[in-house]
Ligand binder design. Structure first.
Ligand SMILES: [Zn+2]
Length: 160
């Protein structure tokens, strides 16, 4: 069976750096505090149980609990997310970040988890490093900690 990673990397001029294609530089800013918190909670939405569980597993296994737990991780509503995924500050005060994954652009479990790993780096860098050096250092750290080893998150699957 062909390794998924070799399939994904089999693009001639693919950039060396991970996931530059995952989410572009976000122009979205923390929304100004308008309206009651209930309204903002609704805007941020609720975590998808399965995605949040993977977030927690990633946090435990590869960040040793360093990621904040008050992060919303969910699928984007149709039209809400143009890229594969994104990380933004939460609008409500109870949560820190909202990670969105775009179902249309996440056809496999492998892409889902690679994207989620990518977005967790935006969380740990507090959105301060848009795929720059600090981002790469974290990517390397996750690599060293085994996140991209075969079977690290899904049995038999190597993430890229
Ligand atoms: Zn990104």
């Amino acid at each position: 069976m062909q390794n998924i990673s070799s399939t994904i990397h089999n693009q001639p001029n693919a950039p060396k750096s991970v996931g530059l294609f995952l989410c572009h530089k976000s122009a979205r800013k923390r929304a100004s505090a308008v309206g009651p918190e209930g309204y903002e909670m609704r805007q941020d939405g609720k975590s998808d149980k399965s995605l949040k569980r993977y977030y927690e597993i990633i946090n435990k296994k590869f960040y040793f609990g360093e990621l904040p737990s008050n992060v919303i991780v969910r699928w984007a509503e149709p039209g809400e997310e143009p890229d594969i995924a994104s990380t933004d500050w939460a609008k409500n005060k109870r949560h820190s970040y909202v990670i969105l994954l775009n179902r249309e652009k996440v056809p496999t479990r492998s892409i889902k988890l690679s994207s989620l790993l990518h977005e967790t780096i935006h969380v740990v860098t507090q959105k301060n490093d848009d795929h720059g050096e600090v981002f790469s250092e974290w990517h390397q750290k996750l690599m060293d900690r085994g996140a991209f080893k075969k079977g690290a998150l899904i049995r038999g699957i190597t993430l890229f």
